[in-house]
Ligand binder design. Structure first.
Ligand code: 1SD
Ligand code: ZN
Length: 265
């Protein structure tokens, strides 16, 4: 069962392929992005809609990560960029490491960042997330990198403050800050067009190869203390979820593009 995977031991990443053959596929994520090897490209503008304004959101400990979902009628979506069509927000979640020197899933020039945020979207044309994951262009995930520093990042305030409420696997809490989604997802306008993009997979079983990855180049920050709160939640195997990143997978001939924003007319 997908629910049984973990990040160590006999259910760890090197064993996922036994039950989930796709985890052994050729177009897996994460990858190491080597800047010297990327192909520059000018894609149409990546567009965000339904991000401004507030969203009622709640967060869950699903045993593998801290996940945030929303049932608000104001549903975020994205289009443009390297995408063909409109993609609708499903959920966001985080990946982190046992210390501040690692934790991101994708690496840049073999450098790990301390944490990575994934914002998962499904292709609207397929009517639902469940249908979309059956299609090879079903999902797109936005990746945001965070480097640990001394200074706290105010966008994580409510999440960190409410983390004690989701220590147990399966527990959830309504997030007190109705702007949390907007703060996490809306990248500042200058950085939103500065991204790497490539075709890959879910980074967790069943590792479906259906994801257009869009990784923003410019890292943001989080404090050491804020990051420590993420490591305090429990995992499916009963221990603290101290780390939840998959090691990088072979690129195997795939092209990674970097968007170079065109001159506005
Ligand atoms: O790890 C997540 C997994 O929890 C689930 O959200 C899946 C999409 O449904 O995506 C993967 S990931 O590839 O975004 N890490
Ligand atoms: Zn993820």
């Amino acid at each position: 069962v997908a629910g049984n995977f973990s990040y160590d031991g006999t259910n760890g990443p090197s064993h996922w392929g036994k039950e989930h053959k796709m985890c052994l596929g050729k177009y897996q994520s994460p990858i190491d992005i080597e800047e010297k090897d990327v192909t520059t490209m000018t894609f149409p503008e990546l567009q965000f809609s339904g991000i401004e304004g507030s969203h009622k959101a709640y967060m869950t400990n699903n045993g593998h990560t801290v996940m945030i979902q929303s049932f608000d009628s104001n549903v975020p979506s994205i289009s443009g960029g390297s995408l063909n069509g409109t993609y609708v927000f499903q959920q966001l979640h985080f990946h982190w490491g046992q210390n501040d020197n690692l934790g991101s899933e994708d690496l840049i020039n073999n450098h790990s960042f301390s944490m990575e945020l994934h914002v998962v979207f499904w292709k609207k044309e397929y009517d639902s997330y469940e249908e979309a994951i059956k299609r090879n262009d079903g999902l797109t995930v936005l990746g945001y990198l965070y480097q640990a520093m001394d200074e706290p990042n105010p966008i994580f305030e409510s999440i960190v403050q409410q983390m004690p409420d989701i220590i147990g696997v399966g527990s959830n809490v309504t997030i007190s800050d109705n702007n949390v989604l907007k703060k996490l997802v809306a990248p500042d306008i200058a950085s939103a067009q500065n991204y790497f993009t490539y075709s890959g997979s879910l980074t967790t079983p069943p590792c479906l190869e259906i994801v257009q990855w869009i990784d923003f180049v410019k890292p943001q920050h989080i404090s050491h203390e804020q990051l420590a709160a993420f490591r305090s939640i429990q995992s499916t195997d009963g221990t603290n979820l101290t780390h939840n990143f998959r090691p990088v997978q072979p690129l195997d001939g795939r092209t990674v593009y970097r968007n170079i924003a065109g001159v506005e007319s």
